[in-house]
Ligand binder design. Structure first.
Ligand code: ATP
Ligand code: MG
Length: 180
């Protein structure tokens, strides 16, 4: 499984519809300070279900909607679509390509779509839980997170490695079973 394409409209600094095609190999996003590089990763985390406005560097979810500029009016909604290549069927769905869309309106209404069909956030989180992708997974390491990992206590650091290795969910299940 790999990221194939990202489509963004009205999300943060991206007022116009933009599409980024990821080709095999390494992709680097470069640009001056404030040009929107981190907004690209924010868009990926957001479409995968990020619920914390703070971790998206805002104070409320509406802050992800394009707020306008000197020459442009604010927009009423933000939409992000992430297209994944699933040729290897790593995500348990009988599709070679999976698209996930999230949309939010200033009114507060929001929706999620899986291959263009409306779904719940839970359907998306469940789908990606064991795939290594997801808002909590270590597929996305934000600015400052590396320092945080290096400076954390050995116990906390161990938890991070257990989570990355996929062991943590078994430990949590074991603990739950022992308490029954
Ligand atoms: P750096 O190199 O400093 O890390 P960057 O390229 O990662 O910068 P971002 O943090 O992605 O930059 O982009 C910040 C820009 O996004 C700012 O100019 C900010 O005004 C703009 N921005 C954030 N939210 C919105 C919004 N809702 N509407 C319009 N612009 C926004
Ligand atoms: Mg940045």
């Amino acid at each position: 499984m790999f990221l194939k394409r990202l489509e963004v409209i009205g999300f943060k600094s991206f007022a116009d519809r933009i599409g980024i095609d990821f080709v095999p190999g390494v992709t680097a996003v470069v640009g001056p300070n404030g040009s929107g590089k981190s907004n690209v990763t924010d868009a990926i985390r957001w479409v995968l279900g990020e619920q914390s406005a703070k971790s998206l560097r805002g104070s409320k979810m509406e802050d992800v909607i394009f707020a306008g500029s000197d020459s442009r009016k604010p927009l009423n909604f933000a939409e992000v679509t992430l297209v994944l290549d699933n040729e290897d069927e790593q995500v348990a769905m009988p599709f070679t390509e999976i698209s996930v869309t999230r949309r939010v309106y200033r009114s507060g209404d929001s929706e999620y779509l899986l291959n263009n069909q409306q779904c719940r956030l839970k359907d998306i989180t469940d789908l990606f839980m064991d795939s290594g992708l997801g808002k909590e997974a270590f597929s996305i390491i934000s600015q400052g997170r590396v320092d945080e990992i290096l400076n954390s206590r050995p116990d906390d650091r161990r938890t991070i490695f257990e989570e990355a290795a996929g062991v943590l969910k078994y430990k949590i299940r074991k603990k739950k079973a022992e308490h029954k």
